[in-house]
Ligand binder design. Structure first.
Ligand SMILES: [Mg+2]
Length: 428
């Protein structure tokens, strides 16, 4: 492909092993040790450091099956500290947003950046500087992939992670794209799920290069227009808008830039409820449950002379779930905690994270009488009706939330960044 025309370059900044990195920021003794993070109520393993991965600890498995093994290998085990991860995520995202006019949060630990014009030519230098700044200011290591499309930026990011010391890979400068794409399994291409993976394997399409070179008509016939877009993106033609991006695995979000600046809390509440409902629908489509809800709010950092404010809040749910009314109630509480009057807000968003498969959810001892089955059936019905008649057919009304019982969090690290009494201590 050689040098691509530098009209537009997409970057994907992705934190390395985000949850494990958050735990390490305040606990340098963890460097080099296997680290795992557990879901709500210490149920399943939801994050692993590279050392834990190397040991062969799988993702999403019940912790109690692996407890002895982890002890034997000297692993550090943490209960999910979503307020800490949410806060560090906000800091990382703030740094990204301040440095790039066109940045979109994609996940709890990932953001896309679009570079246009002169910025496109300087994208590599910008990414290196951004990466250094994030590491210095937050302690979180980030890798940045740059490419002519988002799908290729995802691939560039994989390559950047492999070489953690460099941390930035720009595929616009790549002289041999064939060799790069040859090395990437088709299942690792953004948006290729397990079903398409099986289908493609059956047709002897095993690498990203083979998918790129498949006939567009054939791809369109068998993989719909979404598959065709992926194919075109692999060829270097950007055609997947962020709003139609495949959902992230670690977090599911919905955020919008407002048409006009918004000042009133009531309006923000409506927007946030709507985003939550959309994100919850995506969550259920993947048969997943979320362990935490984050809401973020920001003014326009590029509007000069206006008072600026950006904040985010995270709430850990008593039990991971996909029940829209409970997620929406949590989102509303987050928003209430961060809203300040007197600012012209440009954007708000909701992120559901701490994702586990719905079947793996471990029920809290105190919540066993929750009507899970009925809630699931009701949500399935709502999703079916909205799929059939349009997404706004059935919406949610603000719903109350029951008393959240204290969770089991036996391995919880302190909330280093959001609670004064839990600041890290330096020994005299
Ligand atoms: Mg990551």
């Amino acid at each position: 492909m050689g040098a691509c025309p530098l009209r537009r370059v997409y970057g994907l900044a992705d934190c390395n092993n985000f949850y494990a990195s958050c735990e390490r920021v305040f606990n340098p003794g963890l460097a080099g040790r296997p680290v795992v993070v557990l879901s709500n109520n210490d149920g399943c393993i939801v994050a692993r450091s590279p050392e834990a991965r190397t040991l062969g600890v799988p993702m999403g498995v019940p912790f109690h099956h692996w407890r002895a093994f982890l002890e034997k290998h000297g692993a550090a085990v943490f209960s999910s500290n979503y307020p800490l991860y949410g806060d560090l995520s906000r800091r990382v995202m703030d740094i990204i947003r301040q440095g790039a006019p066109e940045a979109e949060v994609y996940s709890i630990d990932e953001a896309f950046i679009a570079y246009t014009g002169a910025a496109a030519a300087a994208a590599t230098a910008h990414a290196r500087e951004l990466r250094g700044r994030i590491l210095r200011w937050t302690g979180i290591p980030v890798s940045v992939g740059l490419a002519p499309t988002r799908t290729l930026a995802k691939i560039a990011n994989r390559l950047a992670k492999r070489d953690a010391a460099a941390g930035v890979v720009n595929l616009c400068e790549c002289a041999d794209m064939d060799a790069v794409l040859e090395e990437i399994g088709v299942e690792d291409v953004w948006g290729v799920g397990p079903q398409y993976h099986r289908f493609l394997r059956g047709h002897r399409i095993r690498t990203a290069r083979e998918l790129r070179d498949a006939h567009p008509d054939w791809v369109r016939r068998h993989m719909t227009v979404r598959g065709l877009r992926t194919c075109l993106e692999l060829r270097g033609t950007p055609c997947i808008p962020l709003a139609e991006s495949p959902p992230a695995k670690q977090a599911i979000g919905c955020s919008r830039t407002f048409g006009v600046p918004v000042e009133k809390l009531a309006v923000l509440e409506e927007a946030v409820a709507d985003y939550t409902a959309r994100a919850a629908e995506k969550l259920r489509a993947q048969q997943c449950a979320a362990g935490a809800v984050q809401v973020f709010l920001t003014t326009n950092p590029f509007a000069e002379g206006q008072p600026q404010y950006a904040q985010a809040a995270t709430i850990t749910l008593p039990v991971p779930n996909a029940w829209t009314p409970e997620l929406a109630a949590a989102a509303r509480r987050c928003l209430g905690g961060i809203y300040r009057p007197g600012y012209a807000y440009k954007k708000a968003g909701v992120l559901l994270f701490g994702i586990t498969s719905a079947s793996a959810v471990q029920m809290n001892l105190f919540e066993q009488d929750r009507p899970f089955a009925q809630q699931r059936r009701l949500m399935e019905t709502v999703d079916r009706i909205n799929a059939r008649w349009g997404r706004q057919t059935i919406g949610i009304a603000a719903a109350g939330i029951g008393q959240p019982w204290k969770m089991q969090q036996a391995h919880l690290s302190p909330r280093y960044t959001t609670a004064w009494e839990e600041l890290p201590r330096v020994r005299a």
